[in-house]
Design a protein around this ligand. Sequence first.
Ligand code: BYC
Length: 474
Amino acid sequence: MSMNYSERIPNNVDLTNDRTLQRALEHWQPKFLDWWREMGPSDFAANDVYLRTAVGVDAQGWASYGYVKMPDYRWGIFLADLEAERKIGFGDSYGEPAWQQVPGEFRSQFRRLIVTQGDTEPASVEQQHLLGHTCPSLYDLRNLFQVNVEEGRHLWAMVYLLHAYFGRDGREEAEELLSRHSGDADKPRILGTFNEPIADWLSFYCFTYFTDRDGKFQLKCLAESGFDPLARTCRFMLTEEAHHMFVGETGLGRIVKRTLEVMKELGTEDPESVRRAGAIELPLLQRYLNFWFSSSLDLFGSEVSSNAAATFASGIKGRPDESQYEDHNCAAATTDIEVPDQTGGVSKETVSLRNAMNEVARGAYAKDCELGLRRWNMQIQRAGFDFRLKLPSLRFRRQIGAWAYVPTDPDGNRISGEAYERGLREWLPSEADRSYVHSLMQRVVAPGKMAAWIAPPDRGINNLAVDYEYVRLT
Ligand code: BYC
């Protein structure tokens, strides 16, 4: 079904033919807009932003570009096309027709997953609320806003599912999605990382590199779901998610590039000298990577999880790219996981593969995270420097699962609590690091100009020049 933009809520789900649902969503819409005004990008509501809006759900025709004021963005409900006779691809119901309604016995599990997914979307917009004021360029400012409006749309995607398939409790959950807030002492967002402040652009690029990538992998799992409307929703969200990770990967790559230029000019790797020249030294970048990677690892849940086993067995949540596996049932399969032992070491435990599905997804995620580091290390090597960026061990600084609060160094070696506390000062951004990064965050808004700590992008948006006026500020 094509996208209908003539309605109050753009959609490709034939909303006009379901008056009750349409009315319920129209009732939620002004609350969403109030939330956006209060918690979305601070200021900039009156500015024209060169944004991409989806116009079709197929791979080719889904992006239309033009100036839009953010509050006028056409947030809507878009599902990937229906696949005729789609079958459930994993678990105990393997090969049975995908469900077009939520099976009663799995209702609460589905609701929990959809609410958790939905909660992250507005959370990220809240985390980035103030960033616009310190943008390193107009190009970056526009990318921030593109990410923000799309996260708003992803919220709509989950709210649609709650309203359409979960009756009154779905509507209540949809309201709650607007009442929890990132970092709020009384009503925080559900998952840890989404309560971390994103107070500077280095954190923003780390977040879009690492945390949006968790989004990619979780959406891939949900795109396998036996509940077809959820699968179709997530398939379409994945196309938008790709841009968010692009922003993170190119943002960090541009920081590395600029730092290397400065290091070459100065002829030194010395962090203090790089700082005096107003760039972000590589060890500082490493500390930010350590922080955001370890935080994002927790978003996969525990290594051994009865929730994960149950959702896999019931066909609710699959593995990322489920079709790549031969065994889609996994009831008889086992796998080894590493756990801390009593003697201060690491031992292997054999567990049912179904119980280890979170670990399967986390492993695939960590491999994907490596790719960017490999590219940046190539840049560093080509520039003639010995420093190498490295992802910390999956055991490092965990707060969820078998390694939660087990002190290890970034290589995953177990150490004493005191050595860990001491080490954190060198492994994670210190207060002084954060205030240095904060001091760099000066707003640069002349078209084509960049802050001194980041290189320009290789190209602009939609084949436009880098110095295009991506946000009209006057
Ligand atoms: N923080 O059996 P367990 C995105 C809770 S990002 C706090 O270990 P399970 C995006 C868990 O909820 C993708 N709590 O794990 C990115 C459970 O609590 P309840 C978001 C946590 O359930 C950037 C308990 O611990 N999507 O889209 O197998 C910008 C035991 O759970 C955490 C999803 O997450 C944590 N880190 O898996 C914008 C997909 N981890 O229920 C957007 C939907 C676990 O006992 N969610 N807990 O009270 C899920 O699939 C699962 O809920 C999880 C956890 C993977 C998160």
